[in-house]
Design a protein around this ligand. Structure first.
Ligand SMILES: NC(=O)c1ccc[n+]([C@@H]2O[C@H](COP(=O)([O-])OP(=O)(O)OC[C@H]3O[C@@H](n4cnc5c(N)ncnc54)[C@H](O)[C@@H]3O)[C@@H](O)[C@H]2O)c1
Length: 328
């Protein structure tokens, strides 16, 4: 019988790619997702559409922060591992009135999952954390030993979730071991519609202006979703215990350089305007990949030009027809 992995946030951008890769690797998968309205739930349903009928996959429409504890415990019992991708993303919205939503989906949902993991005897939890926990890091590339000083409420909630995972794993006699993956800006087909590359490519294809916040010289370490997924799958069985691990593409790029590549892969001239930098953005991000290589035997493989071409093809094929009436 195949081993079973439970994936939370299974209908999201990274979660859906992960479910597909796990099924292809021979795992059975139980996906849990609440289809939160941060972006169109229909887009999340579309992420899973072609996976729903596959043998070995079951989707549970439920919210970790409110579902009955016993029900969650039953879903986790007997799983080889749990991968926790569910969360409330988006740095900029995390200021102000939306903060309770971040607390609920990033902190409370994680705490409830950890309680259920403990009761169900789960031995491995892999949890999605974020480069946002670093804020403006003291050094680049940044190692996991660097102090975490988030510059957004989102980053604070992701750091709190990391610390919760570690606290549960540290309990005397705990069966649970945790691996926290600090993803650095993940991109590729299916990228969330609020993320910069998605917005830039869509605007390029539609001939619309592009707004860059800041001078465009901020550097971002970006990670192709297939690389993020391969790191995540390695973390399921890695001997690493209670570790925090950077998952970055390894080649930080300025936003201006990324725009040049987007112009190349879309064959369009871009109409770029610059607006003041927004609260919550770190100036630069850059992952030191030494620990990922040592603990997960993982290194990124997809170069940015190839990855952007794939994302542009996906947007042209799937998103653009849906809004064709609007942009043509
Ligand atoms: N995409 C990135 O660049 C990036 C970078 C760093 C960290 N992360 C983290 O990776 C994870 C996945 O990110 P993504 O970009 O795929 O986001 P996403 O929004 O596409 O996916 C998250 C999914 O979780 C679900 N969800 C949210 N709260 C839930 C709850 N309480 N119960 C059940 N399901 C819930 C949502 O409906 C959504 O489908 C998140 O935890 C995010 O913080 C993402």
């Amino acid at each position: 019988m195949s081993e079973r992995v439970v994936v939370t946030g299974a209908a999201g951008f990274i979660g859906a790619h992960l479910v597909r890769a796990l099924l292809e690797a021979g795992y059975d998968v139980v996906g849990i997702d609440a289809f939160t309205p941060y972006y169109a739930p229909e887009a999340k349903r579309a992420n899973l559409a072609e996976l729903l009928g596959r043998p070995g996959f079951r989707l549970v429409d439920a919210d970790l922060s409110t579902m009955a504890a016993k029900r969650l415990e039953r879903l986790l019992a007997g799983a080889a591992a749990v991968v926790h991708e569910a969360g409330q993303p988006g740095v900029h919205l995390s200021w102000g009135r939306a903060f309770p939503t971040y607390l609920r989906h990033n902190v409370l949902a994680t705490q409830r999952l950890l309680e259920a993991c403990t009761r169900a005897g789960v031995s491995r939890l892999v949890a999605a954390s974020s480069s946002s926990v670093y804020g403006d890091a003291p050094t680049y590339p940044t190692t996991e030993a660097a102090a975490a000083n988030p510059v957004s409420p989102y980053g604070v909630t992701k750091l709190a979730a990391e610390q919760l995972c570690l606290a549960y794993a540290r309990q005397p006699g705990a069966a649970l071991s945790v691996v926290m993956l600090r993803y650095f800006t993940v991109y590729g087909p299916g990228q969330r519609p609020d993320m910069a590359f998605h917005r830039f490519i869509l605007a390029a294809l539609a001939g619309r202006p592009i707004t860059v916040y800041g001078d465009g010289e901020q550097r971002r370490d970006v990670t192709h979703v297939s690389d993020a997924v391969s790191a995540t799958i390695k973390a399921i069985t890695a001997p690493a215990v209670d570790a925090v691990v950077n998952v970055g593409g390894g080649h930080p790029v300025t936003v201006n350089r990324a725009l040049e590549l987007i112009a190349q892969v879309t064959g369009r001239r871009l109409d770029v305007t610059y607006a003041p930098a927004r609260a919550g953005d770190a100036r630069h991000t850059g992952a030191d990949g030494t620990r990922a290589e040592a603990l997960l035997d993982w290194r990124p493989e997809v170069d940015l030009a190839t990855g952007l071409a794939g994302q542009a093809a996906w947007i042209a094929g799937r998103v653009r027809p849906a809004i064709a009436a609007d942009i043509d």
